[in-house]
Structures are given as structure tokens and as C-alpha cells.
Write a protein that binds this ligand. Structure first.
Ligand code: AMP
Ligand code: MG
Length: 407
């Protein structure tokens, strides 16, 4: 049997980052940058007011205080988005709004709260320092300064910055397009009464959702019966839209394990027994003229989902250009003893919580790879290495976090 490490290493030796493409700014969200972006101009682009108030010459107001306000004449207004030709000279000021460009001659802004709010003449009760409440051009970034680095991820704040410097496109690694296919004569769509012996397609939905949560584009291609020719035809049809394919089911040694039969023939997909529980049978390789990577995951839902976390998610991260492809592992204190099989890495469904400022973890539900309800309630997997068979209560264990948005 092959180790988990070896299988993952084999997978990662086959998949590589997708070629960079230039995308419209909104489309780059969540992608890895393939270029260094520099600011074409300063940010902010011009000196502007940080407050609603009055643009003044600070020297005029050196004597202003609560007991002795200083009056200035108001010679006009400057709004955000306007460009004021009026200048401020000694004894005068302009009413100014937040974000409006600083008028010539002014060197400080007096917030409206320090004044009587006058329109023609204003009484000012507090003296500003020179430069106070003025946002200087280039405060944030100088022209030519780096805005975002190659290999960085475009999250919301990075998008904001790219837009702020005027970029409407960027060179990024595209999100992998992933086609998900379920196999099995017994597998049917939810929503219709099952005939005896039929089950609903859990894997197609789960794997599509996991792909989406992993930041890739998922396409659920439905269910294919256990028929070698049909499977080959459907795979062929979908190759055009796939950077990666995932099938589930049909990889054991049963009579009907057609995925294995169909793809073994190609010689580029290998079916192996990986020393893990659940998830032992694993198929991986490439198909089609572009050598598209394909994962053939086991049919049992828990096995399929765990195999996704252990092998597929790192592959997707590699394809998307992420530097770090390894799973998110944390360490937590075990609340109950557990036993695990010798020679296999075990992934135990578990509930991870905080207790007295420490992360603690409790195994959850059975170990059967068909027991989906326990997985649906779990938020983590306890990882027990190949050599360990007994883990006493209170031990520190490695825990793999499952994707959660809330709850
Ligand atoms: P297989 O690998 O095809 O032998 O399937 C192993 C087990 O997983 C069998 O009990 C199947 O009925 C079940 N199974 C296969 N595909 C799915 C699926 N898409 N959703 C839920 N269960 C499945
Ligand atoms: Mg099957």
C-alpha cells in the first residue's frame, strides 16, 4: 500500500499552476496575481480635506480660542469632485467637504465642529496646526511604488487598492474549472422517489460545493451509469470545459467498478490502495489530448469528501498558483481516548471547540465511510498517523479544519 504522503507527492508532481491570463478587475477576485502591479500615480492623487469644514491659512488662526474666536470671510465652497479656481488668502477661507481638493493658498482644514458654521463669515474657536486635517498626495502610495505583488492573492482589500490606483484588469492565474461526475447504476438525483435499491447522489453535490468553497469553478456533470462506453463518452464530452475532473464511485474491485476498468485501459490513470481510513482506493492520472488531471475518488461519501481534503484541495491550490498547498492543520487537546488502525492514517470526524482558552477536540460518530450524518455535524478531522494505534485522553492531536462559513 502507498502512503498518503507518497500519493499526495505523486499528485503534486503532475499538476502545475495554470497559465496566467489577463482578467477584468472584478474577475480577479480570489485569484493569485501573476504580475507585480505598480502605482501609475500617487495615491491620494491630490492634497484633499480629511474633514467637512473650512480650508484656511493656519497662521491666521494662531490666536483663536474658546474665549476669543477669530472671524474669517468665506469666499466660496469646494465640493468633493470639484476643482476650485478660488484661492485662500490671509483673512479668508473656503468651505470644504471631505475628499475635496485643497485650494491654493490653504494649508489646514478647520472642522466645522470648531466653528459657528457661518456661510459668509465664520467664527473659529480653535487653532489648527499647519497641515492639520489635510490628506497629502502620495500619503498612501507614491507613483511607481508597488501596489500588489506577484503570487499574492486578490482579496477584497487588494481589489480595493487595484481599483484605487485605476487598474481595471490584472494578470492572474485563472481559477481551475472542475467537472464533477458521479457514477453508479444505483445513484439517482434527489427529488424523485427512489426505486428499491437506489440511493441519491450525495457525492456530486458535496464535491461541487467543495470545489466552489476552494475557490475554483465547479460544474456538476451529473450521474453516469456503470457502463464503460457511456462513461468514456461523457468524460470525453466534458474534457473541453475542464482543467481538472473528479469522478466518484467505481474504483474498488467489484464487477461493476467501471471507472477503474475504463480508465485503466488508458494507461495514464493509476488505481492504487492508499494507506488511509477512510478513502483507501484512489485513482489519479491524466486523460485526453491536453493531459487533463483526473481524480477517481471512492464512492462512499465520507471517503470521497476526505479524499477531496487530502488530495484534491492541495491540487486545486497548486493549479490556482498558491504557494502553500498544504491543509490547514491545528493542534488540539483530545477529550476522549481513541484507537486507530495500525499502518493507516486515520481521519476521524470530530468537533473542535474552545475551552478555557484552549482548542479541544472530541471524536464524533462512527468510523464507517458511509456514515455521512456524523460528518455533516463535524467541523474537523482528527489526523492519527500510521504508527499510532491508541491515543490517550488529554493528548495533543493534529486536527484538519473542515470548511465552514458559519455555525
Ligand atoms: P463504489 O465505489 O461505486 O463501489 O461505491 C461505494 C459505495 O458508495 C456504494 O455503497 C455506493 O452506493 C456509494 N456511492 C457511490 N456513489 C455515490 C454517490 N454519488 N452518492 C452517494 N453514495 C454513493
Ligand atoms: Mg459504484
Amino acid at each position: 500500500m502507498k502512503t498518503v504522503e507518497q500519493h499526495l507527492a505523486d499528485v503534486l508532481s503532475v499538476v502545475g499552476p495554470l497559465g496566467a491570463i489577463d482578467l477584468q478587475l472584478a474577475e480577479t477576485h480570489g485569484c493569485v496575481l501573476a504580475e507585480d502591479v505598480y502605482a501609475p500615480a500617487a495615491l491620494p492623487p491630490f492634497d484633499n480635506s480629511a474633514m467637512d469644514g473650512y480650508a484656511v491659512q493656519a497662521a491666521d488662526l494662531s490666536g483663536a480660542g474658546a474665549d476669543g474666536p477669530v472671524a474669517l470671510s468665506v469666499v466660496g465652497d469646494v465640493m468633493a469632485g470639484s476643482w476650485q479656481s478660488l484661492a485662500v488668502s490671509s483673512g479668508s477661507c473656503l468651505r470644504i467637504m471631505t475628499g475635496a481638493p485643497m485650494p491654493a493658498g490653504a494649508d489646514a482644514v478647520v472642522p466645522v465642529e470648531w466653528t459657528d458654521g457661518g456661510l459668509a463669515r465664520v467664527q473659529i474657536r480653535q487653532a489648527p496646526r499647519e497641515g492639520q486635517h489635510v490628506r497629502r498626495a502620495g500619503d498612501d502610495l507614491q507613483a511607481g511604488e508597488i501596489v500588489a505583488r506577484r503570487n499574492g492573492v486578490v482579496h477584497a482589500a487588494q481589489l480595493a487598492l487595484l481599483a484605487a490606483v485605476g487598474r481595471d484588469h490584472a494578470l492572474v492565474r485563472p481559477k481551475p474549472r472542475v467537472v464533477v461526475l458521479s457514477t453508479g447504476d444505483e445513484v439517482v438525483e434527489p427529488g424523485q422517489p427512489p426505486r428499491p435499491g437506489q440511493i441519491y447522489d450525495a457525492n456530486g453535490y458535496a464535491l461541487t460545493a467543495l470545489v466552489t468553497e476552494a475557490g475554483s469553478h465547479a460544474y456538476r456533470a451529473g450521474i453516469v451509469p456503470d457502463d464503460i462506453d457511456r462513461l468514456a463518452a461523457v468524460l470525453d464530452d466534458h474534457l473541453i470545459r475542464a482543467d481538472l475532473m473528479i469522478t466518484s464511485g467505481g474504483v474498488s474491485v467489484g464487477e461493476r467498478d467501471v471507472v477503474k476498468k475504463a480508465l485503466s485501459r488508458l494507461g495514464t490513470v493509476r488505481f492504487e490502495r492508499v494507506a488511509m481510513q477512510p478513502g483507501m482506493p484512489q485513482g489519479f492520472g491524466t486523460i485526453g489530448p491536453d493531459a487533463t488531471p483526473i481524480f477517481c475518488l471512492p464512492g462512499n461519501p465520507v471517503s470521497a469528501l476526505i479524499a477531496f481534503e487530502v488530495f484534491v484541495r492541495p491540487a486545486l491550490r497548486r493549479m490556482a498558483g498558491f504557494g502553500n498547498v498544504s491543509a490547514d492543520l491545528v493542534s488540539a487537546r483530545l477529550l476522549e481516548p481513541l484507537s486507530a488502525p495500525a499502518g493507516k492514517r486515520q481521519y476521524r470526524r470530530a468537533e473542535l471547540t474552545m475551552h478555557d482558552g484552549e482548542q479541544v477536540v472530541r471524536p464524533y460518530g462512527g468510523t464507517g465511510s458511509h456514515l455521512l450524518a456524523g460528518l455533516a455535524r463535524a467541523n474537523a478531522l482528527i489526523v492519527v498517523d500510521e504508527e499510532t494505534t491508541e491515543v490517550p485522553e488529554g493528548s495533543l492531536v493534529e486536527v484538519l479544519l473542515l470548511t465552514r462559513t458559519n455555525g
